[in-house]
Design a protein around this ligand. Structure first.
Ligand code: NAP
Length: 377
């Protein structure tokens, strides 16, 4: 019993370090999964590695190389099941077996239905002990985009809201400047850099004229997607501006419904936007059909979308059932006012028992603000 507990503690500690290693790939490899690898004999680490970018060899290869002969009989810790088949010219199952690894401890299987469990099955059959599920929740959070989109085959959608403690995202005069503090703004910059696209509604463009820039990742701006029924976004909006004069123009997608005039579309194309026509096919609603839009974006290679507002878009995104995760950045301020905009608009539910449940909630401080997050699925 005592030995088991010690072993469990050891696995938790080593997996925590493996997740730390995986995070080194942060912002450079999204939407590929973050992969860390560590080799140890009991509590002595003999090799470490991580996937540095999507073109690099896997972390396991670096860890095995660093360990050399010491890999024999060692335990391999990985946050995600090693890639199956040949990846970048290397067969990881063969490498692991050739090195004489005795045991592999895995946080999560690769859920990709094409490969799920195959690497672990091959290793098990070759006599390697396999332990699964160590720090699985933490490993899921790290790779939530990949782990979701690879199964659902549509973008991972994350709803982000900055609000006052009383749930307001703007004042009655529509002022939404500086609700949250500097640490939160830095967090948002980092978060944007993990996403393929940032999405806002046209009223936010008209009222706030945001840049949506992404200082954390120069040269790799996410798509800016504007949900804009009638193509009312002004052609001189800041969303068309470069984050940096030396960088290329950011990619902008304007998604329209019914009623957009051809001359508006021409003007927006000249400003640098691409236009997608995605109305509700039943003609019941002139606005953009968000559920229909998701597979269209996925086909274009957009695997993750960060919805930053406003309230109407947040509400209809929830109603369309496309949201995977919500994050609320809560500032220690009260704005008040029945006319001030609340965080989530749309129709909302009629009865409390129909409310969207938020699962696996967690919370942390960002300066004087609070970040509260959870998953809808
Ligand atoms: N604190 C924050 O986190 C934050 C972030 C962003 C914005 N804001 C604030 O939010 C306010 C703007 O929010 P808002 O609710 O008025 O507007 P919004 O959500 O920015 O834009 C909504 C508009 O988008 C168009 N649209 C087209 N298809 C849609 C669909 N399927 N679902 C929803 N919208 C669709 C509609 O325009 P048509 O009417 O032309 O059809 C709709 O009126 C501003 O005051 C801004 O400052 C705060």
């Amino acid at each position: 019993m005592h030995e088991d507990l010690t072993e469990q503690t050891l696995h938790l500690r080593m997996m925590a370090r493996t997740l730390e290693l995986a995070r080194n790939g942060f912002i450079k490899i999204a939407p590929s999964p973050f992969r860390g690898a560590l080799l140890a004999h009991n509590d002595t680490i003999v090799g470490e590695g991580y996937l540095a970018n999507r073109d690099a060899v896997d972390g396991e290869v670096h860890a095995l190389k660093a360990a050399g002969d010491k890999a024999k009989g060692a335990t391999l810790y990985v946050n995600l099941e090693p890639a199956y088949g040949t990846s970048k010219g290397i067969n990881l199952v063969e490498r692991i077996l050739d090195a004489g690894i005795a045991r592999i401890v895995v946080a999560l299987r690769d859920p990709n239905p094409v490969v799920s469990g195959k690497t672990l099955d091959d290793l098990r059959q070759a006599g390697v002990e396999v332990i699964e599920g160590v720090l699985a929740d933490e490993a899921f959070q790290l790779n939530e985009i990949y782990l979701t989109e690879v199964v659902t085959r549509r973008p991972f959608v994350h709803l982000l809201t900055a609000m006052s403690l009383d749930g307001k995202i703007a004042t009655r005069l529509q002022d939404s400047n500086g609700i949250t503090g500097p640490e939160t703004r830095e967090f948002v910059q980092q978060l944007r850099s993990r996403y393929d696209a940032i999405m806002i509604g046209v009223n936010t463009v008209l009222q706030d004229n945001p840049t949506l820039n992404c200082k954390a990742l120069r040269g790799c701006d996410p798509w800016r997607i504007i949900i804009d029924t009638e193509a009312k976004s002004p052609q001189n909006s800041k969303i068309f501006l470069r984050s940096d004069p030396n960088e290329p123009r950011p990619p902008v997608l304007i998604v329209i419904g019914y009623g957009a005039h051809e001359d508006r579309l021409r003007t927006l194309r000249l400003a640098g936007a691409e236009i997608i026509h995605c109305p509700d096919e039943t003609h019941e609603d002139p606005r953009v059909d968000l559920a229909r839009l998701m597979p269209i974006l996925y086909k274009r290679g957009i695997t993750s979308v960060l919805i930053e507002g406003g309230a109407t878009l947040r509400g209809t995104a929830l109603e369309a059932g496309i949201v995977d995760k919500v994050s609320f950045l809560v500032a220690p301020k009260l704005i008040g006012g029945s006319e001030a905009t609340t965080a989530v608009g749309g129709e909302g539910v009629a009865f409390v028992h129909d409310a969207w449940p938020v699962n696996r909630m967690h919370m942390r401080s960002l300066g004087s603000d609070l970040l509260i997050e959870g998953y809808l699925k």
